[in-house]
Design a protein around this ligand. Sequence first.
Ligand SMILES: Cc1cc2nc3c(=O)[nH]c(=O)nc-3n(C[C@H](O)[C@H](O)[C@H](O)COP(=O)(O)OP(=O)(O)OC[C@H]3O[C@@H](n4cnc5c(N)ncnc54)[C@H](O)[C@@H]3O)c2cc1C
Length: 408
Amino acid sequence: MLESTMPKIYDLIIVGGGLVGAGLAVALHGTGLTIALIDARKPSSDDPRLFALNKSSCQFLENLGLWDALAKYAAAIKDVHVSHKGHFGAVRLRGHDVAAVALGHVIPAYKIETALNDRLLALPDVTLYRPATLTTLTEANGMVTLTIASDEKNIRLQSAIVMGADGTASIVRDQAAIAAETFDYQQSAVVTRTRLHRSHLHIAYERFNKTGAIAMLPLVNNDYHECATIWTADNAKASELMAMSDAAFLEALQNEFGYRLGRLQAISTRHFFPLRMLCAEKAVNQGVLLLGNALHTLHPIAAQGFNLALYEVALLAEGIKERCAKKELFSITDLQNMIARSEKQQTVSMSVSHRLPQLFRGTSMLTSLLTQAGMTAFDMAQPLKKIFINRMMGRTGTVPRLLLGANE
Ligand SMILES: Cc1cc2nc3c(=O)[nH]c(=O)nc-3n(C[C@H](O)[C@H](O)[C@H](O)COP(=O)(O)OP(=O)(O)OC[C@H]3O[C@@H](n4cnc5c(N)ncnc54)[C@H](O)[C@@H]3O)c2cc1C
């Protein structure tokens, strides 16, 4: 394989052009920084996931100028309804309670990826290396040198700052010697789209059961009523769900979810995602900073992963933009301080995502009564609900400007 001798030098290198890496590159446009973005794959429309984005994340996409391209695929979530199969009591979270038109939106992940990539192609300050795979990362004299394999040749790139947004199995994290804690939930998610006889009325449902939970989220479809189904279950049950015929799956879904959305009509192709938690021991080592799934991979039950990552991206982009506007240099320590402002949000998102899958699984009478009583009490406690709804919308603590609307 050919190797370039002199490394190409950038102000910033981002490894991983998934939603998080691409989101950061787009958000940094206008800083005047030279940025390299590396990804092992070309952009594709293969991702079948359907993301529930909170109000802040939608605002972020709007502030990047991407909402015009996304709005037609984005279904508003006006209310959230949480219940537990076989138990009384439910929690209803209404946008109306906090004077919000929508708590968030559900958007196909590949539409967000397409919008980000279309924008990236038009940015002169971002050099794209894709498909190109990071193979080595070394650090010396305050500079990080990367070797990437692209088109039968090795290319060397150099920067004082490298962002690792290369996903759960991050090579950047390994090569920067950042340890990570992992937890295998022994659960998987089965994702599909479910056709309905009637409108979803923009309500997002989450129904817990003994082996996991079923989320039914509103979708935009101009031809018929449809919602996204994310069924998380123990691995054995999830494999069983994948092996069923469409008719048997639909019947199982109707039995477990009930009739809140009426009689379910049909499902589309099912997709399978094994679930595990990953939490890097630290975000920064020497000239490397981790982001997104490389930093923390969360159980999707509370739809927090991408929302949390965008909060961190917004903190970084805002901090970097301020420095660049004042023509001030910044170091990896400055970035570490910027991202440290997300610690509280990170702790909350991680603990909710980690504990929820276990909370409803207790089979004892006591656990059952406590969750039932807890849900009923919570549903009646308006002030507590308002705090919770605002947190769900990403509207607590110091919210970076990039996540706020013009009038906020
Ligand atoms: C079923 C499911 C549903 C979810 N639903 C929601 C939701 O509703 N709301 C929400 O907020 N979050 C949700 N999430 C979480 C969300 O998927 C993640 O937070 C998000 O995808 C993280 O993106 P990322 O860019 O960090 O990682 P990735 O999407 O994994 O991207 C990593 C990128 O790095 C590239 N890469 C990897 N290795 C290399 C290498 N050596 N060299 C070059 N490039 C490399 C890959 O090609 C890839 O493009 C869900 C997750 C799952 C599994």
